[in-house]
Write a protein of this length. Structure first.
Length: 69
């Protein structure tokens, strides 16, 4: 039989870990839901990200050893 005090502290520790792990997931879900509601904003951000990554890739092609996609 385990000590109820020890068991309680283990439960509290597990609750803290679950809260810490679930916070980023909840945040990401809220952001993605917000983006779906505002699809135009999401599309604009996606296009901007694509242009920036393309430009970065162009700049880095001159770096020796840079992997090309």
């Amino acid at each position: 039989m385990t000590n109820p005090v020890q068991y309680g502290s283990q439960v509290k520790r597990i609750e803290k870990i679950l809260t810490a792990v679930s916070a980023p997931v909840i945040l990401f879900n809220n952001i993605s839901r917000f983006m779906m509601m505002h699809t135009f904003v999401g599309q604009q951000l996606g296009q901007l990200q694509g242009r920036l990554l393309g430009r970065l890739d162009d700049l880095c092609r001159n770096v020796p050893g840079w992997p090309t996609v």
